[in-house]
Write a protein that binds this ligand. Structure first.
Ligand SMILES: CC(C)(COP(=O)(O)OP(=O)(O)OC[C@H]1O[C@@H](n2cnc3c(N)ncnc32)[C@H](O)[C@@H]1OP(=O)(O)O)[C@@H](O)C(=O)NCCC(=O)NCCS
Length: 334
């Protein structure tokens, strides 16, 4: 049986920077409120003339990941693509990326697990490699949040949090024992589906039609019980991380780097405290990108790769929590 390991990481964010001061001009908010409650200083949004989409950002991130892995699209056997903001309602963005990369008829699988989407996708790809079905898989998280959020005072509790971006990794089979993805741990709890959700264009309502969708604010913009999300995030991420460590007979002292999903800096700091990790073993970049949902973890990884902070033999723990609720963790030995 093979293991899977990450051999290349890439990311892409739109050029246009939106600071908290920019948001102050379009809604009743303040840089002070946003920084104090979330740690966010700025995020990236697509803005004309830059033309973009979830699949196009994924294309740019994939090119970088494949270049760093020393492979081309011809070498890739499949795509696993996580997003909550696909280009179309259907089909998913995976096939659009597959076409852009000129991958013939190779399969593209779309994963809908929101902020946990990247770890869910990594887990799916890892199983395909472990069973020997595929050898090299592109795993993507990509999000265009800026077009789906309400950038007025009415939607400020949600819209100040999110940003656009994409991250990608090349996952390859390896015969090296004890290297690569050591394990993944996935959870969901659908009773909380409506604690963080966007209802339309869902099919769960009768008489849904185009006009209805656009007249009904509650259904057409993301809704969140922020404090419930906060409370669950700070318990579920450490819980899943501890489970991953126990499964591999490791402890928090073995972790060289912990990457928490970037939902809110206060959430990351609380999780860090629960895990008793020193500052130098935790990396956050929400300050410059906001919450990029499924793209967050591969963007963090790509950032560290660029800084030369990923070293052979190191143990990374990653954890995420989000809409669903879904949550997940993984251990990676480089
Ligand atoms: C969203 C979040 C930052 C809000 O922080 P909070 O401390 O819970 O703040 P509250 O929702 O209680 O709001 C406090 C006040 O700030 C106001 N407020 C909300 N958003 C605001 C904004 N962008 N700017 C200024 N004021 C704002 C509220 O209206 C409220 O005012 P009131 O006291 O007069 O009623 C926080 O709940 C959170 O981070 N939750 C988790 C979010 C998350 O992770 N989501 C993604 C999941 S992966």
């Amino acid at each position: 049986m093979f293991n899977s390991k990450i051999t290349g990481i890439g990311h892409y964010v739109p050029n246009h920077i939106v600071t908290n001061h920019d948001l102050e001009k379009i809604m009743d908010t303040s840089d002070e409120w946003i920084q104090e409650r979330t740690g966010i200083r700025e995020r990236r949004f697509y803005k004309p003339p830059e033309k973009g989409s979830t699949a196009k950002m994924a294309f740019n991130a994939s090119k970088m990941a494949m270049k760093r892995a020393g492979v081309t699209a011809d070498d890739i056997d499949a795509i696993v693509f996580a997003t909550l903001s696909p280009d179309y309602y259907f089909p998913g963005s995976g096939v659009l990326l597959q076409h852009m990369l000129e991958m013939g008829t190779k399969p593209a699988i779309d994963i809908r697990a929101q902020c946990s989407g990247f770890i869910y996708s990594l887990s799916v790809a890892d199983q395909f490699i472990k069973t020997g079905m595929y050898n090299k898989i592109l795993v993507i998280g990509s999000e265009t949040q800026s077009v789906g959020i309400d950038l007025t005072t009415r939607g400020r509790d949600m819209s100040v949090l999110f940003g656009d971006g994409a991250g990608a990794v090349v996952l390859e089979a390896t015969e090296e024992k004890g290297k690569g993805i050591l394990s993944t741990h996935l959870y969901s709890q659908g009773e909380f589906a409506e604690a963080l959700y966007k209802r339309d264009p869902g099919t769960g309502r009768e008489n849904i039609n185009y006009r209805g969708m656009h007249e009904d604010y509650e259904c057409n913009s993301p809704q969140m019980d922020g404090q419930l999300v906060f409370k669950n995030a700070i318990t579920r991420m450490p819980e899943a991380t501890m489970e991953a460590l126990a499964k591999n007979n490791l402890t928090t002292e073995d972790i060289d780097m912990f990457l928490p999903h970037q939902a809110n800096l206060r959430i990351s700091h609380t999780v860090q405290r629960f895990l008793k990790l020193p500052d130098e073993k935790v990396y956050n970049n929400i300050q410059k990108y906001g919450n990029t949902t499924a793209a967050t973890l591969p963007i963090l990884l790509s950032d560290l790769w660029e800084q030369g902070r990923i070293k052979e033999g190191q143990l990374f723990a990653i954890a995420a929590f989000g809409s669903g609720f879904t949550w997940a963790s993984a251990l990676i030995r480089w």
